[in-house]
Design a protein around this ligand. Structure first.
Ligand code: HEC
Ligand code: HEC
Length: 270
């Protein structure tokens, strides 16, 4: 369809001149050639990623899954390994579980249903997952010692975090991540967990207290992505990325330690 205006533009520009006949003919031939073999254009197909990966990215799969490591759900390479001997029959079973939701095969956290994905796309993604292999041992990131950031609390104690709360050289200006977390928390989570994470309505817990009680990053991410729908906590998979939930976590952590004040925190932006 996109070639039509092109062709007509050439013709219109010609306005009856004989010289143009060749140009029009060439345009038509090019157009026909393109139509005849659209998928064999080498540049386009070389750059294209597997259909299953593209569909997984377009859906919410990467909110909860990574290829190489467990997130909320199992690593895709582990899924591939577990079902390797059961191909191809297992493809339909797994595709159906993606569409209808499932629990109990890897743990007690449920995978929500994906009714709008459609069984055909689910099959495409599952087929791609089943092709995955763990990266060679040498390729996996060499374990670098985790960096820690120490901060002095109001009660005089020192806390070590695995992320920076403040920008370098400041004790009050929060990082961009923490500031983004503040903005996102206060546009969605505040509705139930209270403005500025002070606890709220709908029997939603005060997340500061939950963190003081030991709620870990992994637990925070899992609850945020999978939700506890029957208890009124929505699933945020597909709405927020892992990085965005991480930003919210860092902000709430700052509030739970009283390092970050109520209201708009000081930041590089203000
Ligand atoms: C809210 C988090 C979440 C999202 C979003 C999610 N998954 Fe899962 N997924 C899980 C969990 C948790 C499990 C483990 C369920 C279990 O223990 O049976 C799982 C398991 C699976 C399995 C293995 C099922 C089995 O029976 O062994 C496949 C395959 C899978 N997911 C694919 C997908 C695909 C494809 C998408 C995107 C369309 C997706 N997941 C989106 C959390 C999620
Ligand atoms: C519609 C109301 C509602 C919204 C909006 C909401 N939550 Fe919740 N959330 C709840 C409820 C209710 C619970 C308690 C569920 C239970 O009883 O297990 C909860 C529990 C949690 C927990 C587990 C706390 C614990 O002690 O285990 C986390 C973490 C959490 N929410 C994070 C978030 C984040 C992050 C957002 C924003 C992206 C958010 N919630 C938005 C209602 C909500």
């Amino acid at each position: 369809m996109s070639r039509m205006p092109n062709k007509w533009a050439i013709m219109a520009g010609c306005a009856g001149s004989m010289v143009c006949t060749l140009a029009v003919a060439a345009a038509l031939m090019t157009a026909t050639g393109t139509d005849a073999a659209p998928s064999s254009a080498p540049a386009a197909s070389a750059a294209r990623e597997p259909a299953g990966l593209a569909d997984a990215k377009a859906s919410d799969c990467f909110a909860c899954h990574a290829i190489e490591h467990k997130v909320v759900g199992p690593a895709y390479v582990d899924v591939a390994k577990r079902y390797a001997s059961r191909q191809p029959a297992i493809i339909d079973t797994l595709a159906e579980q993606v569409v209808k939701g499932t629990v109990g095969h890897w743990g007690s956290v449920p995978m929500p249903a994906h009714p709008n994905l459609g069984i055909a796309k689910a099959r495409t993604i599952v087929k791609w997952i089943l092709t995955l292999k763990p990266a060679a041992a040498g390729e996996t990131a060499a374990a670098t010692p985790a960096k820690t950031y120490s901060y002095k609390l109001a009660d005089g104690k020192t806390v070590a975090l695995d992320f920076p709360m403040f920008i370098t050289g400041s004790n009050t200006k929060v990082t961009k991540d923490v500031f983004t977390g503040y903005e996102q928390y206060n546009s969605t989570c505040n509705r139930c967990h209270g403005d500025d994470a002070v606890g709220g309505a709908y029997a939603a817990p005060d997340l500061r207290i939950a963190m003081q009680g030991g709620l870990t990053w992994q637990q925070f991410l899992t609850t945020a992505m999978a939700g506890r729908v029957n208890k009124g906590m929505p699933s945020w998979a597909g709405f927020y990325t892992q990085q965005e939930i991480r930003d919210i976590y860092e902000y709430v952590k700052g509030r739970s330690l009283d390092l970050v004040p109520q209201g708009t925190p000081p930041s590089a932006q203000n």
